[in-house]
Design a protein around this ligand. Structure first.
Ligand code: DGJ
Length: 564
């Protein structure tokens, strides 16, 4: 990744402005006008999401990029905490950090903006050679409004909350209020305008998450008078058409799903307007993350088991039909189980929706699931809470604290080595190649699951046979037993008719073609550097006689096959 230092002056200037804090919008507008021409000259290489035959790439500096991400804890984007963040980022070998921008910090008084935090994040990210994804914590943060500024929280008449069916005032701003929408847009556009000024040339920031896990807990939708009036009227024609339904009221069109569909439309329409206004200032790709509905729980209830109106899989069509300025609806995968993980990847990676996992449990399975996401065509992966600044949860505590991912430990104890770190380190020099191969549909992965010790990746003429739990030296007449724990994972990418890039951990890979013998013509170990393969050695003898064996040592091979 290349980071030039040239815009440091811009950052320094904007930091100076931020130190004066409470910059007025008038000042901001002037500054952004001043910067427009500089930024627009570089806009051709803006980060952007591109689609080809239903596959996606996040283009960064004009070529596909693979996000080896890590999200920091919610309260970690503060000056005193950032040293720990950068340390964690280096330990995990991430190339991208996901960090929140807090509305309450950005606009502490109406129309008075403090850009010191965003400046600091961008500046320090550059110093540490990582890209950023910024998370806009505003109207929604996990189905609540806790990041709205005090002046919003305290003025419920001007900034109304949702109302439950019993008439209670909820802990969430109503999506049916123009005041709420315009206040959010006002702050978000100020942020995007400022970002364009400080980062429009350098593109440290790649993606913006608009809001955080939107939706509503405690009610399946807003029952305020404004909401009720809309709900009693016709469902919007564009939505009805996109959903292939016949016109009518919400109840008539959506039946038993009317309340949740209405919530999903209201929230996605609101967020779409926030995203559109932000893009009008600075058109970075934008996504919304989702607190998931369990696809295996037929009794899951919106508003009770998952937030109502978010992009849960059953509401994904409503979101895609409504939020055209939201590029990706992205699953936060904390639900456990390999089969469920796969199912969720299939539900969210669709021809009309790029697969991106912006949050997932930072536990022992993350290393395997990174391979699962790659194999499903993902553009990025990001475990949550990498900086270990959460409150201590004793190891003896039951792991049933809602919303707390497995894997958080005493922050005073050195972290156990996270297998994902070795994986990210292995992938970091070749993210461009891997992202391109994935975009071109040339890449497949296999991830071990209990009870499946052998699997096959079908590349047409050649098949890659993957086995787990075999001794790396020697053939055995016994079938592969599988590893004691399912930790095996491999990636195979086709480079040419008989040429493959192969990597993985705790697995054996061999190649087969129907009715013929395979021979390794040449196996090279090496790595990529600046897009060029760097040869280390020819791999032969014990290293190839029993197939290509991967242990816990990071290793990349280029394999040329021959048949006779
Ligand atoms: C999901 C949220 O999106 C994150 O901000 C954080 O609250 C995690 N849950 C905590 O597990």
């Amino acid at each position: 990744m290349k980071f030039s230092r040239s815009p440091a002056l811009i950052i320094a200037l904007s930091c100076l402005v931020s130190l004066c804090s409470s910059t007025s919008m008038a000042q901001t507008t002037r500054m952004s006008r001043h910067s427009n021409s500089a930024a627009s000259t570089a806009s051709s290489s803006m980060p952007r999401l591109v689609e080809k035959d239903g596959r996606y790439a996040l283009m960064v500096d004009g070529t596909p990029y693979l996000m080896l991400g890590g999200q920091i804890n919610n309260s970690s984007a503060w000056p005193g905490l950032l040293p720990k963040v950068w340390e964690a980022a280096a330990n995990l070998h991430v190339n991208t950090i996901e960090a929140p921008i807090y509305w309450e910090q950005l606009e502490p008084q109406p129309d008075h903006f403090d850009y010191s935090m965003v400046d600091m994040l961008v500046h320090q990210a550059r110093e540490h050679h990582v890209h950023l994804v910024l998370l806009w914590f505003a109207t929604w943060k996990n189905g609540s409004q806790h990041y709205s500024p005090e002046w919003v929280k305290l003025d419920m008449a001007r900034f109304p909350r949702e109302i439950s069916p019993k008439g209670e005032t909820m802990d969430i701003l109503s999506p049916h209020s123009d005041n709420n929408l315009h206040a959010d847009i006002h702050a978000f556009t100020a942020l995007m305008r400022h970002l364009k000024m400080i980062d429009g040339a350098e593109h440290t920031v790649l993606l913006i998450q608009v809001e955080n896990e939107p939706g509503t807990y405690g009610t399946n939708r807003d029952y305020s008078p404004a909401a009720q009036q809309l709900f009693n009227g016709p469902a919007p024609a564009a939505l009805v058409t996109a959903m292939h339904k016949s016109p009518g009221t919400w109840q008539q069109v959506f039946g038993a799903d009317a309340d949740e569909s209405f919530a999903a439309w209201s929230i996605s329409h609101y967020i779409d307007q926030v995203a559109a206004a932000g893009k009008a200032e600075y058109p970075l790709p934008m996504y919304v993350n989702v607190a998931l509905r369990d696809p295996d729980d037929p009794h899951a209830r919106a508003g009770a088991n998952y937030p109502s109106g978010g992009g849960s899989y059953n509401m994904l069509d409503v979101w895609k039909a409504t939020a055209h300025n939201v590029d990706i609806v992205a699953p936060d995968i904390y639900l456990s189980g390999d089969a469920k993980y796969r199912k969720l990847l299939a539900l969210y990676g669709r021809p009309d929706n790029a697969l991106f996992v912006p949050e997932t449990a930072n536990g022992p399975n993350a290393a395997r699931y990174f391979f699962s996401v790659l194999g499903a065509g993902g553009i990025g992966f990001s475990p949550f809470g990498i900086d270990r600044t959460r409150p201590f949860i004793p190891p003896t505590a039951p792991v049933t604290v809602p919303g707390v991912p497995v894997g958080f430990v005493d922050p005073t104890v050195p972290p156990p080595v996270n297998p994902l770190a070795a994986e990210y380190e292995l992938f970091a020099p070749m993210v461009r190649e891997i992202a391109r191969l994935n975009f071109d549909g040339k890449l497949q992965t296999a991830v071990e699951e209990k009870g499946t010790p052998v699997e096959t990746l079908d590349f047409g003429h050649w098949h890659a046979r993957v086995s787990y739990g075999l001794n790396p030296f020697g053939w055995s007449n016994n079938p592969a037993p599988g590893n004691a724990e399912p930790i095996g994972r491999v990636l195979v990418a086709q480079l040419g008719p008989n040429e493959y890039l192969v990597t993985g951990f705790h697995a054996r890979i061999d190649f087969e073609t129907a009715g013929r013998h395979r021979e390794f013509l040449r196996v090279e170990e090496g790595h990529y550097e600046d897009g060029k393969w760097q040869f280390l050695r020819i791999y032969n003898g014990d290293q190839t006689d029993y197939g290509l064996n991967f242990t816990d040592e990071p290793r990349v091979l280029r394999v040329t096959l021959h048949e006779y």
